[in-house]
Design a protein around this ligand. Structure first.
Ligand code: HEM
Length: 168
């Protein structure tokens, strides 16, 4: 059911620089996942960005295995922008048991974020993530790209994911 508030409420002006993110995005073609310690894989993903008039964007990312269609990685959280600046913060919970705060900057329609704080449940699977960097880029053709790099206990910072979405 559509949110009765977000259908009627104007976007908080603090978030106008991020209005291009709002809505639902479906991957254009399967994304590519890799890391030196795992078998390369392909995945599909849907992103939802919404608001209820607060100076906050609410988001949900749901990823699936491209071939088996099984649900895999899921994240949800909130995006805040520091008023009058280009500083952006993501507050994120992941289904793997990881929670994180990422902060970064908006430059035009490119959003670059780095993890500031990571915490996990006591029985999270190893290896543990040490650092996350991600970039969202709205391309001139209207497609959105996301690239995620990570460092773990035993690997330096390296690309884990790359995917392109179209607005649905
Ligand atoms: C593996 C972290 C997003 C699919 C891994 C591993 C880590 C990790 C630490 C284990 C690497 C190793 O064994 O050395 C993350 C983080 C993410 C993220 C921090 C988001 C910021 C995703 C997404 C997908 C995905 C969106 C899409 C389906 C996989 C798969 C593996 C994997 C299939 C290999 C099998 C497994 O270990 O489950 N990821 N991941 N990950 N990730 Fe991600």
């Amino acid at each position: 059911m559509a949110c009765p508030v977000s259908n009627t409420v104007e976007l908080n002006p603090t978030l106008l620089p991020l209005d291009w993110l709002l809505g639902t995005w479906e991957c254009d073609e399967p994304g590519e996942g890799c890391f030196p310690t795992i078998k390369p894989f392909r995945y599909t993903e849907t992103l939802h960005f919404s608001h209820v008039g607060q100076p906050v964007i609410n988001f949900m990312f749901n990823a699936f295995h491209a071939e088996s269609k099984k649900p895999l990685h899921r994240e949800c959280g909130f995006i805040r922008m520091q008023p009058g600046t280009n500083r952006v913060a993501f507050i994120i919970a992941q289904n793997s048991g990881l929670v994180e705060i990422e902060e970064g900057e908006l430059a035009g329609e490119q959003l670059s974020l780095q993890s500031q704080q990571l915490a996990r449940i006591s029985f999270a699977k190893q290896p543990h993530v040490k650092q996350i960097c991600r970039v969202f880029q709205l391309r001139p053709d209207g497609k959105l790209e996301q690239t995620v790099s990570m460092a773990t206990d035993n690997q330096p910072l390296m690309q884990h994911l790359h995917i392109t979405y179209r607005r649905s």
